[in-house]
Design a protein around this ligand. Structure first.
Ligand code: ATP
Ligand code: MG
Length: 578
């Protein structure tokens, strides 16, 4: 492609609408433009990257035996009513009504539609296993669309769904996808990690997320330094605490004044007690029940663990009125002593806090010397805390957890029979019994993968595309080209194309500074600069975008295509699981 002919509107200034690097560079490199919140035009430069990611995904899905289909974006409410999700999904589901008053939604995912395909056209275990996928537009009315393609409202996802007649088959289908995902992110040239994940809105029993490692990632990942244990912090558990013996004599329960001291920090400073010796009491509304959750003062609660343990559909901190009613005290002074009529759950570490400081359920007061069973009850001990770097790892007796940031680009789930049972998707087994099929579902965000690649690979000047998903492999730049320089560059452009190289030819009549700045911004892996002086020496300058600084190779013109091909091959499939 000739730059002079391409719709490639690069921007010098960082647009104020973009908070994160990938969004800034996608706008500045002329890849995308905003149409409405979370809704984008993808311009030619952007689309080339998305198509590359799609191609890798498609090839690996096909290789794993999955078959491509195309399902509607607009899905009838009836299917969602059958699964029960029409009422469960909440406001992320964009609902629409047609001219006849019939209800539909824009598909945020397609479990219902795909289950409908299989229940209609598959009836025997002999027709299984099946894995069907599509690469298609999704719509989720995200509460906070942001970061460009990273969290859009309309976005392209590869979604695959597996159907098996029995549990070992379902296990094999999941494993095939897990391996396909490893190959996909490896082939994309990304540094990634597969982690155990919470199953969230889609349901199901077990899931793994594929994270692209980047300091700017929204997700935190805990991983063991001595074993393969890795989990999203939403789900991660530390090793269970070692039992601690109580002191020989326990302090008496004593109410003390703590005027206006509400936070753990304020109370522990005021009473001169370490935060580990305090207990935080949080009052939650879980569906229709009010519960109290206790964690050690220096720990943070993991609300996802609490919600999952309670099996609650929604969970949030109770409002002031509810909290005050339950505790008989103004906000900030809740504690477990004398707390009646609510279930009390406590994190495992609370069991070993002796002579604790807790809220006294009375304005401006706390108890010291609070001890389990003698002074307060706990109905259930469960793991409720958010893990931290340095926690003992559950993966190895010597291991310690570290926490890194990542961007979730893929998610694979074991769904079990949630949808097949609800929607009557059954097959006859070899005994002639009718059984619900066992499903899995497997997503990859195409645009998010491209954005994550930028978060992981950039410098101040712009993007540094990994070769496999770069919009072009070579940027051919001419400076003040006329006569023989122009003639040579035109011919080199044709020769590169003939050699199967994807080349963008910066043939614009611009100053060197402008061209080189755009080159850095666009992030094409190899830059060839053709100039009069070089040609006189019989060389072309080859600069690799990923090598910092201004260093370039002088490559003899007769070796040029060979060297370019060599570097392209070297740059393919360089991703690693880190
Ligand atoms: P998140 O926790 O980030 O909201 P999710 O758990 O809702 O993600 P899934 O339902 O598992 O996401 O969707 C599968 C994949 O689709 C994700 O791994 C991600 O790559 C992509 N994806 C999800 N939501 C968006 C979005 N709003 N914009 C772009 N890609 C998305
Ligand atoms: Mg989501």
């Amino acid at each position: 492609m000739r730059y002079s002919k391409m719709l490639l509107p690069t921007l010098r200034e960082t647009p104020s609408e973009a908070e994160v690097i990938s969004h800034q560079f996608m706008l500045r490199a002329g890849m995308i433009r905003k149409v409405a919140a979370g809704i984008y035009d993808v311009l030619p430069m952007g689309l080339r990257v998305l198509r590359k990611v799609e191609t890798i995904v498609r090839e690996e899905m096909n290789r794993a035996g999955a078959q491509e289909v195309l399902m509607p974006i607009v899905q009838p409410a009836e299917l969602w009513q059958e699964s029960g999700r029409w009422h469960q999904y909440g406001p992320e589901l964009l609902r629409i009504t047609d001219r006849h008053g019939r209800e539909f939604c824009f598909g945020p995912t397609a479990e219902e539609v795909i289950t409908n395909i299989v229940r209609r056209d598959v009836s025997s275990y002999r027709q299984l296993p099946l894995n069907l996928y599509q690469i298609h537009t999704k719509f989720r009315d995200e509460i906070r669309p942001r970061f460009g393609l990273m969290r859009g409202r309309e976005f392209i996802m590869k979604d695959a769904y597996s159907f098996d007649a029995d549990e070992p088959g379902a296990e094999a289908s999941y494993e095939a996808m897990r391996q396909a995902y490893h190959r996909i992110f490896q082939r994309c040239g990304l540094k990634f990690r597969a982690v155990e994940a919470d199953s969230g809105n889609i349901g199901g029993s077990f899931s793994s997320e594929f994270m692209v490692l980047a300091d700017t990632g929204e997700d935190a990942i805990a991983s063991c330094d001595k074993s393969r244990y890795a989990a999203n912090v939403e789900k991660a558990a530390a090793r269970a605490p070692e039992p601690v013996e109580p002191p020989a004599t326990l302090a008496p329960l004593t109410m003390v004044d703590t005027p206006a001291r509400k936070s753990i920090q304020e109370v522990s400073d005021f009473l001169n007690v370490p935060a580990e010796q305090t207990i935080k009491t949080l009052i939650y509304q879980a569906d229709n029940e009010v519960v109290a959750a206790l964690v050690r003062g220096d720990d943070e609660i993991n609300e996802i663990k609490l919600k999952n343990h309670l099996g609650a559909g929604v969970l949030f901190l109770a409002d002031d009125k509810t909290t005050e009613k339950v505790t008989n005290a103004p906000l900030g002074f809740a504690g477990p002593v004398g707390l009646k009529d609510v279930r009390i759950l406590a994190d495992l570490r609370v069991r070993y806090v002796f002579d604790a400081v807790v809220g006294a359920n009375s304005a401006d007061a706390h108890y010291t010397g609070a001890n389990l069973d003698r002074d307060y009850r706990v109905d259930e001990f469960v793991d409720l805390r958010l893990v931290r770097a340095g926690d003992p790892s559950p993966g190895d007796p010597e291991g310690v957890l570290r926490v890194d940031r990542g961007i979730e680009v893929g998610h694979i789930f074991k769904l079990g029979t949630k949808y097949s049972e609800a929607m009557g998707c059954t097959v006859l087994n070899d005994q002639g019994e009718e059984l619900p099929v066992i499903m899995g579902c497997y997503g990859i965000g195409i645009g998010r993968t491209a954005a994550a690649a930028i978060e992981q690979n950039h410098d101040d000047g712009g993007i540094i595309w990994p070769m496999p998903i770069a919009p072009y492999q070579v940027l051919l730049v001419t400076l003040n080209a006329k006569d023989e320089v122009l003639e040579y560059a035109d011919k080199l452009y044709d020769d590169l194309i003939a050699a199967g190289v994807e080349v963008l030819y910066d043939d614009r009549d611009e100053r060197a500074g402008v061209k080189f700045n755009d080159a850095d911004l666009l992030g094409v892996p190899l830059r060839l600069t053709v100039g009069k002086k070089g040609l006189a020496e019989g060389i072309v300058e080859l600069k690799q975008r990923r090598i910092p600084g201004k260093d370039f190779e002088k490559v003899a013109t007769d070796k040029l295509i060979e060297r370019v091909r060599e570097l392209i091959d070297e740059g393919m499939g360089t991703g690693v699981e880190a």
